[in-house]
Ligand binder design. Structure first.
Ligand SMILES: NC(=O)c1ccc[n+]([C@@H]2O[C@H](COP(=O)([O-])OP(=O)(O)OC[C@H]3O[C@@H](n4cnc5c(N)ncnc54)[C@H](O)[C@@H]3O)[C@@H](O)[C@H]2O)c1
Ligand SMILES: O=c1ccn([C@@H]2O[C@H](COP(=O)(O)OP(=O)(O)O[C@H]3O[C@H](CO)[C@@H](O)[C@H](O)[C@H]3O)[C@@H](O)[C@H]2O)c(=O)[nH]1
Length: 330
């Protein structure tokens, strides 16, 4: 009944590993530490440093640890980078996932949970987007993830494996108990960037575009607290283990916040008037993307506990302070 968590040393993976270990599960983490940190892995889990594309390694881990389920977070995650270097994304998100899915099938793994993204929807607009909406990703990142979704559906139709695809909207915040958080060096995510500015680690924050068809002209996103997202993974695993059908679920709260609103909230919560500068649009950015979020509640009984932008920001700021202290003390 062990669970293999790929990318468990990363931001969302490390929160989910905590959640699984808190529930007493046996967890094996596989991570190559390109963007993750070994110290972020809960010591109750076993950590293996390696690449998900290494079929010999994943086959041997599945066999030696009796892996019955895989939660696959490992991947490359930056939308504009995928526009500049698409082959990196097709290699690390699509091709590496293919290799892992093959090892799962060969090893008789029963359940597979995959980290997908709201970016599969493309230009959905301000109306909340449901799971059955047209899939038209506008970035190589979104396409690299959609291809993996399609592979999983085909594989599950041909082999005895059930899967869950979770399409995350914009993930932010940190473990309320301060055990882990977003630690990525050179992060590009808005709330992380703004938290760094509030703590004086950056001089300013640029607003990427103010001419989008949104109420204040800046990009609108549906920000979800990482701890609620970790809960969704635990519930989905339970659903699949209880014989539940394969499913694809949006992970968001169903409401949007604009870049301006987020930056104002970070200023208010931190009490720091960091500099905000207007800049041009960034490549690959849709104007708005907000989840229709009823299916996940109905399927999993998921009830978010942290659905509040100020609380998300406060936890991100607390983690950013923790990182500063950590760096000061080596
Ligand atoms: N952060 C978000 O807002 C967001 C939104 C939608 C989807 N996602 C998806 O969630 C997943 C996790 O994202 P995150 O924000 O935690 O990013 P992250 O960069 O913190 O975590 C990714 C982890 O995967 C590891 N990794 C990358 N390639 C690997 C490989 N080939 N083999 C082994 N390990 C590898 C990295 O070292 C890192 O620890 C990704 O698949 C991402 O696409 C994230
Ligand atoms: O310094 C910054 C950083 C971001 N933004 C804007 O803020 C919004 C959010 O951007 P960001 O935090 O970089 O997230 P996204 O580009 O929306 O992508 C995230 O959210 C997607 C789901 O919606 C995931 O698939 C991706 O992995 C994840 O990086 C966008 O409008 C950006 O243009 C700025 O204006 N300035």
């Amino acid at each position: 009944m062990s669970v293999l968590v790929t990318g468990g040393a990363g931001y969302i993976g490390s929160h989910t590993v905590l959640r699984l270990c808190d529930a007493g599960q046996d967890v094996v983490v596989l991570d190559n530490l390109t963007t993750g940190f070994d110290w972020a892995v809960d010591p109750r889990a076993e950590f293996v440093q390696g690449d998900v594309a290494d079929g010999a390694l994943t086959r041997s881990l599945i066999a030696s640890h009796g892996i019955s389920a895989i939660i696959h977070f490992a991947g490359s995650i930056i939308v504009p980078e995928s526009v500049a270097d698409p082959l990196k994304y097709y290699r690390n998100n699509t091709s590496a996932s293919r290799s892992l899915i093959e090892a799962a099938v060969e090893g008789g793994v029963s359940h597979f949970i995959f980290s997908s993204t709201a970016a599969v929807y493309g230009m959905s607009g301000l109306e909340p987007v449901g799971e059955d909406a047209a899939l038209a990703p506008v970035s190589p990142y979104g396409r690299s993830k959609l291809m993996t979704e399609m592979m999983l559906a085909d594989v599950a139709a041909a082999h005895p494996l059930t899967y869950g695809v979770l399409r995350y909207f914009n993930v932010a915040g940190a473990d309320p108990r301060g055990r882990t958080g977003q630690s990525t060096a050179g992060a590009t995510h808005l709330i992380k960037v703004a938290a760094e500015a509030a703590l004086g680690k950056r001089e300013k924050v640029a607003v990427f575009g103010d001419d989008f068809p949104t109420p204040d002209g800046t990009g609108v996103r549906d920000y979800i607290h990482v701890t609620d997202l970790a809960d969704a993974h635990a519930l989905l695993l339970e659903h699949l283990r209880d014989g539940g059908a394969s499913t694809t679920l949006n992970c968001g709260y169903g409401k949007g916040a604009s870049v301006r609103q987020v930056l104002e909230a970070v200023r208010r919560v931190s009490g720091v008037e960091f500099t905000i500068e207007q800049g041009p649009r960034r490549a690959g950015d849709p104007a708005a993307i907000v989840a229709r979020a009823d299916r996940i509640r109905e399927t999993l009984g998921w009830v978010p506990a942290h659905d509040d932008l100020d609380a998300i920001i406060a936890s991100a700021l607390r983690w950013e302070q923790h990182l500063s202290q950590r760096n000061r003390h080596g």
